[in-house]
Design a binder for this molecule. Structure first.
Ligand SMILES: [Zn+2]
Ligand SMILES: [Zn+2]
Length: 279
């Protein structure tokens, strides 16, 4: 099995430690390829995105490390690009010559005081946005979230789609909605249908399990089953924020995909994105 993880955050955004520590950890664990994807800078304050003034150093540092570790591990440079309706497009990132792109939706609106709503900050913050921006109507919020993910896939055309159902982050014990409800499945499956017509790869993101927020990954098991039916390509992502976690729960994610019937996941190497067998 060629172990890879293309989703990771270092001290340049909200991760811990120098990028080099992640590389050393990945080499120690015998990984095939590794990618850096710090949160892209934004034209408003979020508290966890990279600052514009750090972007150049980030790009230079990862390029330097790619050279230094040539022959030891394949390294790739990216950013986790935030899709914010009417604000952010892919074009503005073209000049950075990224090796690949990850598209993500974390922001679903602005409060009256101008503060942005990053719905995945905390359960309390999630509830506040739900009440103040979505009339406490969880169906309205869920529909809007998946609409943004679909718009992101269709307009940004990222190589990878991050944590597809992140909207369930604080939904342990069905705190906000029941994932087995027909309305939820309808919204999710419609988004998947649209995504299956793009060339984006969906990541199986293990971070929620690592953080003990949920016992299923992003996307949830029933969604992965539907991905198989729609032949949506998948890759394994640890969404790493700490050098020790470069491979966190990736073996478990592989086992789950085998059970669902997947025989391969997608990886990036010098041949570009392509399937590799999982065994
Ligand atoms: Zn993210
Ligand atoms: Zn991330």
């Amino acid at each position: 099995m060629k172990w890879t993880n293309y989703h990771s955050h270092t001290k340049f955004s909200d991760g811990k430690g120098e990028p080099e520590l992640y590389i050393q950890s990945a080499i120690e664990k015998g990984m095939y390829a590794y990618g850096f994807s710090c949160h892209s800078p934004l034209p408003f304050e979020s508290g966890w995105n990279m600052k514009f003034e750090n972007l150049r150093n980030y790009l230079l540092e990862i390029k330097r490390l790619k050279e230094k570790y040539l022959g030891s591990i394949k390294l790739y440079l990216s950013l986790e690009l935030d899709y914010v309706k009417d604000w952010i497009g892919l074009d503005q990132y073209k000049k950075y010559n990224l090796d690949y792109t990850i598209g993500a939706v974390h922001f679903l609106g602005f409060f009256e005081n101008g503060h942005v709503w990053d719905f995945d900050r905390s359960a309390k913050w999630f509830k506040k946005g739900l009440e103040e921006l979505f009339d406490n109507d969880i169906k309205k919020l869920v529909a809007f979230y998946f609409q943004q993910v679909t718009d992101m896939a269709e307009t940004l055309r990222p190589d990878l789609i991050a944590h597809f159902d992140l909207i369930k982050k604080y939904n342990a014990n069905q705190a906000f909605f029941d994932q087995s409800d027909d309305w939820y499945k309808e919204i999710v499956f419609e988004a998947l249908e649209k995504i299956s017509k793009t060339s984006s790869i969906l990541e199986v993101n293990t971070r929620g399990v690592l953080k003990k927020l949920d016992n299923e990954f992003y996307p949830a098991n029933f969604i992965l089953g539907r991905c198989k039916e729609l032949n949506i390509p998948l890759c394994l992502s640890a969404d790493t924020h700490n050098p020790n976690d470069v491979m966190a729960y990736l073996p478990e994610a592989r086992t789950l995909l085998q059970k669902i019937g997947y025989k391969e996941v997608y990886i990036l190497d010098e041949k570009g994105w392509g399937p590799t067998p999982i065994f």
